[in-house]
Design a protein around this ligand. Sequence first.
Ligand SMILES: [Zn+2]
Length: 425
Amino acid sequence: MNGHILPGVPIAVDCFQQKTIGRVKFYFLSHMHADHTVGLTSKWNQPIYCSQITGRLLQHKYNISAHLIEVLEPSQPHLLSHKDRKLTVHMLDANHCPGSCMFFFETENSKILYTGDFRFDKGIPTEFKNIYNRLKPIDLLYLDNTYCEPTCVFPNRDEAVKMITDICEQHPEHRVYVGTSWVGHEDLLEKLSANLKEYVFVDSDFFSRLQLLEVVDVFKTGSSSRLNAVPNSKLTCSSIAEWNKEMPTIGIKPTAMFGGQCTTGSKSAGMLHCVPYSNHCNFLELTEFVKLVAPKHIKPIVPGRKYKSGMESMFRADMRQLDNYLCITEENTDFQTKSDNLKSGMNKKENLQQVQYKKHQGKVKRKVIKHKSKPYSRGVNFFNEHDKNTKARKCAKESLQIEIESEIVRNCHELFQDFFTKGNR
Ligand SMILES: [Zn+2]
């Protein structure tokens, strides 16, 4: 679960546990991805503040009664009152998926910005301009830390669309299946459709959501011999092998989750292409955003996770790596939000990447200890922009096997296998 109850105010964002009712007066939903809606069911009976599109999807997915949906207008101040206390909230576009938004909360004493999942690119600064002065200084920033790690280098979405288009054009006789999340890949599919001059075929569930989003021009229901969208969970090496028995087929997994990982393609040509298209910020965008906002404190939205395989270690939730961009003030003690020391979660016995933090002249430095083992997943081509000058870029262009020598080597073999055989995300 990626939700939080905010400190000092009776507000929960993306947190819908029954036990919070009574303690929380106002429930906010940033967007409709499943890791942000944990606890919601058709029995939910509290008002939910969200964008108009999220409201529509909320009714569609959970059958939540329309009278419980409190639609917020973008960039407008909304006043909430509770026990003589006044609270203002602004909703800002998060540029993550249809309906996604950030929330900016202001009381007499504090300012809190909750990003939800977001991508900080050309769209967001305009949104921020309207309330920029109010944003400063922010006491507490809840940050989408999905890719908060210096090795998370991946291209913007337009470049990633170009990479996907190139792959499709290199396979003119193939049927293409693009993996999609429940909501969030519509824009990619529309652009791909325009580039390839092909309709995108989707299942009826996907099509009914598209109707709610009012984007149906390039979509058709059913399947085609060229461009199809499927839920990510159905796009695995084994499903592609099955589809290949019918006709030549490739799969495209748009995700940056392998950015910065050491990934080596299999020896035989893979038919599943992993391209770093992401609706989350890369590390550079995250640092630019934090510099702009210059909060006093940062709290990670996504908790540190430790997978069995050790693929995703804990330090993406360690906000000390952004300490240099904080606004330093005398009264920085209101929110004790400096990230937990997650070193304790890193077990040396496991093959986790081991990271050591050292404070030097006020700067946090990270020492990375490399491992020798190289994870790989059979039958998968990784298109990874870890470094534009590395072999990865060159190989991607030439549609050859990928061999990426990342500066960070992790043992993520197990998770890769899960991901590509069971389609677990
Ligand atoms: Zn999301």
